[in-house]
Design a protein around this ligand. Structure first.
Ligand SMILES: [Zn+2]
Length: 552
């Protein structure tokens, strides 16, 4: 053991401020001989880190960091492997996705026949009359080249009400039993903010329902998950995310049950991803009454922004656009909440010093939300409200200027270009030049923080990296090449910017002294990789708070 003075002298040689007081001065762990991409402008590269109390005690060259070792310090030679800060997924749905993986039929399958098989198998194990639920169905990825229909679902499960949600989560596909339960007939009108689709030839229901029409079914489907299931769902999804290098996730629409599930999982030692939990606007009154606001919690589970939804979805082609969808001249998408509704709810949150995040995909929706934010700041200016624009997909110069002026944070889809390319024909190539606009945001000095939106998009950070750098889909089509960013920029938006979006840039997002020891060991260096093979870089280990939570 070194004397404290000796120790501090050694530390002074490697560490720049900030002044953080550590309980222990001897590192528990030193990782050395690594290629560390720190995302810290003052020290962009390093070879070694020392870790104590779950934080980086020192970051620097091999010799100086190794000199800090005491008798009890464990040292790991990384043999030149690359280390990056832990990835932060700034918009995803971990708790609900975890429960879906526990209970529902995973419909991420490549034919309608295969989906029917899976539903049939689940129905066989489910008492007649009980709901059969599915998720991650994608209408553009099945061999038949047509969407799932009421008849397909009736054939697969004639005795059960069936509800299959689309990967995007804004549309669903139901069978005749489900429509009966909801008392929906061919005469039922569309609910406000929602649609009950019909077959264009027969005029009869085709089983596809969208946006607020889902609410009817959500009320009918009984909650079967126990508190234990909620916790188990979080455990499952955090294991899945840790394998890919995610160390923090912003839950983009949490309810009190989710918040409790994260805490339960944390108490049980099962949470390996730090959670910033946005709270659905319907629960905000209870939070306000309890005196809770954004930032409440700790480094593991924290209350995030209040979440609202302005329009439809990109992957399901219901986003509210100023110009119609290609091939559907009268379809401009769906606006879900009106400007007045957004303002009324937003004002309450803004006045109580909450951060606000509103889902806005189409340019019309983004314009609406910006008007609300601008009005809130006019009426009650706050120094640093960090308004969030969830997704913020289709932009133009005026919107970018206003986002910049407000200091707002867009959270665009991280991997959509790579994964959802087949849907982009309905937007058209010109529009794609202005979608998932990472280049435009960075050039304007906006701290854009991408998110997977899982389940709608895959959450693997290496896929997001390739998607942002190449703007090329999995079939090799290029979409919006002018929005390409560099690997270094892509790493920064997936780490440090995510930390900023949750007011935690002092705590995480880069590898620097005093920050939480959240990092990822990669099998290869992304800065030396061909852009087209970034996705294949293996994640070898993931560390959160100084502890390995995944080792390949
Ligand atoms: Zn979302």
């Amino acid at each position: 053991m070194k004397s404290r003075r000796e120790f501090l002298r050694a530390l002074g040689a490697v560490a720049l401020a900030p002044a953080i007081s550590f309980e222990r001065t001897e590192p528990e762990l030193i990782l050395y001989n690594a290629n560390i991409i720190t995302i810290d402008d003052r020290r962009p590269r390093a070879q070694a880190v020392a870790i104590a109390d779950g934080r980086f005690l020192a970051v620097g060259g091999n010799e100086r960091v190794r000199a800090l070792a005491g008798a009890g310090t464990k040292k790991i030679d990384l043999g030149g492997k690359t280390i990056v800060p832990g990835f932060i997924d700034a918009h995803t749905h971990p708790a609900v996705a975890g429960r879906m993986h526990l209970r529902q039929v995973d419909c991420d399958l490549r034919s309608i026949t295969a989906i029917q098989e899976a539903i049939r198998a689940r129905a066989a194990k489910t008492p007649a009359g009980n709901w059969v639920l599915g998720f991650k169905y994608d209408d553009t990825k099945t061999a038949e080249g047509r969407p799932l229909t009421l008849a397909d679902l009736d054939a697969a499960a004639p005795e059960h009400p069936v509800y299959i949600s689309h990967r995007g989560g804004h549309t669903a596909y139901v069978n005749s039993r489900a429509l009966e339960r909801a008392h929906i007939t061919d005469e039922t009108p569309d609910p406000p903010g929602g649609r009950l689709d019909r077959d264009p030839a027969s005029g009869k229901r085709n089983g596809r329902i969208s946006e607020r029409a889902n609410e009817v079914f959500n009320k009918l489907i009984p909650e079967v998950n126990s508190r234990e299931d909620y916790r188990a769902g979080v455990k499952l999804i955090s294991e899945m995310m840790s394998r890919t290098g995610i160390t923090s996730a912003h839950d983009a629409y949490g309810y009190h049950g989710d918040l409790r599930a994260y805490q339960d999982a944390r108490d049980a030692g099962e949470l390996s991803v730090r959670i910033y939990c946005l709270i659905g606007h319907s629960e905000i009154d209870r939070m306000l009454e309890a005196g809770v606001r954004t930032g409440f919690g700790n480094e593991w589970v924290r209350v995030g922004a209040m979440k609202m939804t302005c329009d439809g979805s990109i992957s399901e082609r219901t986003a509210r656009l100023s110009q119609p969808y290609v091939g559907r001249p009268n379809d401009f998408g769906i606006q879900v909440m009106t400007e007045e509704e957004l303002y009324e709810k937003g004002r309450k949150a803004h006045e109580a010093d909450w951060q606000i995040g509103v889902h806005a995909n189409g340019d019309v929706a983004i314009d609406t939300v910006l008007r609300v934010y601008e009005r809130l700041q006019r009426e009650r200016p706050r120094r640093d409200p960090r308004f969030r624009l969830e997704h913020c997909t289709l932009i133009n110069d005026d919107l970018v200027r206003r986002i910049r002026a407000l200091g707002a944070i867009p959270t665009p889809f991280a991997a959509y270009v790579y994964y959802h390319g087949e849907k982009f024909r309905e937007y058209g190539p010109e529009r794609l030049d202005h979608m998932f606009a990472l280049r435009s945001f960075l050039d304007a000095g906006i701290r854009v923080a991408p998110g997977s939106d899982y389940p709608p998009g895959p959450f693997e950070p290496m896929m997001a990296l390739q998607s942002a750098v190449t703007r090329t889909d999995s079939k090799g089509n290029v979409w919006g090449a002018r929005q390409r960013i560099t690997v270094e920029e892509a790493l920064r938006v997936q780490t440090l910017h995510g930390a900023y979006a949750s007011f935690e840039e002092h705590l995480k997002g880069s590898i620097e002294r005093g920050k939480l020891a959240d990092l990822v060991v990669l099998g290869r260096d992304p800065l030396r990789e061909l852009p087209s093979s970034l996705i294949s870089i293996p994640v070898e280990r993931t560390m959160v708070g100084g502890r390995w939570v995944f080792e390949a």
